[in-house]
Design a protein around this ligand. Structure first.
Ligand code: M6R
Length: 369
């Protein structure tokens, strides 16, 4: 069943290019436009949406955080992403023009289900992004966009996350397409680039041996910190979550800009810090800022593990370990930047003798609130 891999997680990491390609299948037409007819919310309703609220837990929540950047940029509709477990308890403001997007691999997560029930009671439309056909969350939603990751067995989510991201981008781009924003050309070019992204995920997978080696060398550390900015910030959170649940290590993700507001006090000699660097093209101001963050933490003795776009020479002098990823449009970078963090956590867990597929205290699907 594990297809020759030692763990389901390794198999599922390797399946990501296929999972991404399958989730795009049939959703981009010959002219390069998106067709999401299966989402039964009529375009006329989508045109009227004035707020998007995303609810999810854990890894799915991280996908939702990334979606916020994409939705607000491409559609100019205000979007918030909220932990499903917090949502209904703060009495959120929702109405018929609110689109609630509930993201869940299993489709059975109780916190997310309760959030969507609350949203529907307030009259909001709910779109589920889900990996499990016929599960409770899509059944109780107004519409569903299935991710086609195939069954995910390992407790730690990997391929489901990448396909949730793809689905989120599809929703963002589709909303942009239907509503016709000024980003029309960019939307068309990103759709084109999305159709090539599976190949880029494959490329990352082929270059993971140094990451595995690095992970093994850190097996006796107590803490690993993760920094990112823009869409790299949720990627940092996801990298930290993977490490907590698999390696049982203290791991934290920070927005790099927050470093000076507190977390920099944690930096001491030899603390491994993983930094997700935004593309030097596009939002280059952010790139420059993160390069100076890397310099700052390195000056304080941190061991810098830098994930950066291939050809990004500016980071090289400050990287104790450089992990190169293929260039992508700025907003799509999480699809390639997350993969090394999954491999890193999986290998560290193995090196520490942990059970990779069934980490202690965790269940694949959390059906209690
Ligand atoms: O099935 P769901 O996507 O609703 O699950 C949500 C979280 O429980 C899940 O992502 C969890 O955080 C994973 N174990 C992370 O790897």
């Amino acid at each position: 069943e594990k297809g020759g891999y030692d763990y389901f997680m390794l198999k599922e990491i390797a399946e990501q290019p296929r999972a991404v390609a399958d989730t795009l299948l049939g959703r981009i037409d010959a002219a390069g436009s998106l067709t999401l007819d299966e989402v039964r919310i009529p375009d006329s309703v989508l045109r009227e949406v004035d707020k998007v609220v995303i609810v999810a837990c854990g890894t799915a929540y991280h996908a939702g955080l990334i979606a916020k950047y994409a939705i607000e940029h491409w559609t100019r509709i205000p979007c918030e992403t909220e932990l499903a477990s917090e949502f209904r308890y703060r009495d959120p403001i929702l109405d018929q023009r609110t689109l609630v997007v509930a993201i869940s691999q299993s489709g059975e997560t109780m916190d997310t289900l309760m959030a969507l029930r609350h949203a529907r009671e307030q009259g909001a439309k709910v779109l589920a992004i889900c990996n499990t056909n016929g599960s409770t969350i899509p059944r109780e939603s107004d519409a569903v966009l299935y991710t086609h990751a195939g069954p995910e067995v390992a407790v730690a989510s990997t391929k489901a996350f990448l396909t949730q991201l793809v689905a989120c981008y599809l929703v963002a781009l589709y909303l942009g397409q239907v509503r016709g924003t000024k980003w029309g050309d960019e939307i068309r070019s990103v759709i084109r680039e999305l159709s090539e992204i599976a190949q880029e995920v494959e490329e990352v997978l082929e270059t993971m041996e140094p990451v595995r080696e690095l992970a093994r060398s850190l097996a006796d550390k107590n803490t690993v910190l993760f920094l990112g900015r823009h869409v790299g910030y949720p990627v940092a959170l996801e990298g930290a979550l993977k490490l907590k649940e698999l390696a049982y290590m203290h791991a934290e993700g920070f927005a790099a800009g927050e470093l000076k507001h507190g977390p920099i006090a944690l930096i001491e000699k030899d603390v491994p810090v993983v930094v997700v660097v935004p593309s030097p093209r596009g939002r280059s101001v952010l790139h420059d800022k993160i390069v100076s963050n890397i310099q700052e933490i390195r000056a304080r003795g941190a061991r810098t593990i830098v994930i950066a776009e291939r050809g990004d020479e500016a980071v090289r002098p400050y990287a104790d370990h450089l992990v190169e990823i293929p260039p992508t449009p700025v907003l799509l970078q999480p699809l390639v930047a997350t993969v090394p963090l999954q491999v890193f956590a999986c290998e560290l867990a193995t090196a520490r003798g942990n059970e990779v597929d069934q980490p202690r205290n965790l269940a694949k699907s959390v059906t209690v609130e």
